[in-house]
Design a protein around this ligand. Sequence first.
Ligand SMILES: *[C@@H]1O[C@H](CO)[C@@H](O)[C@H](O)[C@H]1NC(C)=O
Ligand SMILES: *[C@@H]1O[C@H](CO)[C@@H](O)[C@H](O)[C@H]1NC(C)=O
Length: 244
Amino acid sequence: MDRWLIAAVFCILDFGNIASAIESKEDIWQAMRGAISNSDPDIAPLHGGPVEVTLSMDLSKIREVDTVRGEVEIIAMVHILWKDHDLSWLSTMMNESGSSQHSPDRVDSFRIAVKRLWSPDIVAYNPVMDPELLSPPIALVSVDGTVLYVPNLRIRFRCNLEDFEKPQGANCTLIYGSWTHDGNKISLKENGISLYDYEVDPRFDLLGTYTEVEVKHYACCPGAYPLAKFTFNIKKNSRSIFSW
Ligand SMILES: *[C@@H]1O[C@H](CO)[C@@H](O)[C@H](O)[C@H]1NC(C)=O
Ligand SMILES: *[C@@H]1O[C@H](CO)[C@@H](O)[C@H](O)[C@H]1NC(C)=O
């Protein structure tokens, strides 16, 4: 390995520190141009294997439990993480480094409207209405092509609430999956439910959370469809100030 290559590798390992210090609008523009010139919002970035999508959730609040209709409404940030190799500007960094006044090697990530990128068609399977988007539709793209999109959502979904007032509570599961792709195109992983921002509500006890990926087969279509399941075990709070 020659000296230049070693220097370049260290430069890449270290780019996080450099980037925030001296990146300019032109640097970001060059990095972004290098990244999105290879990608099309309508074409999945398949390169001989599925796009791996990791889902996790930050539960902020349980807004409502409707035992008559069998519906639960929550506010949650859904973290959707995937890697689109076509977006990586590592090679542009190597080539243009030092050759121009402005250069993308100072930039380790940029923010962009998610509609300008290809994004996996991950949707909730059991909502009762369109989830309401409470945040700007902007994604963070990193130099290696990793994309993070975190919509903050108000989601109302179906749940069997027969056991809501029993000691074991009801298990309410929000199911996510790709709407059109099977597991050969989009593979799913889950990374749990975080309660870091959870706002306790005196009306409900959140007894536990469970997450898993289950693979489904449908009569209509060949192929296996992975589904990420986020389960909230909730119970009516009998110590609630409203029922003294
Ligand atoms: C970078 O340079 C290499 C070798 O000269 C070339 O093969 C490659 O296509 C270049 N990449 C870009 C993004 O210009
Ligand atoms: C809720 O689901 C979890 C995980 O599948 C299970 O272990 C638990 O027993 C369920 N609880 C109830 C009350 O059904």
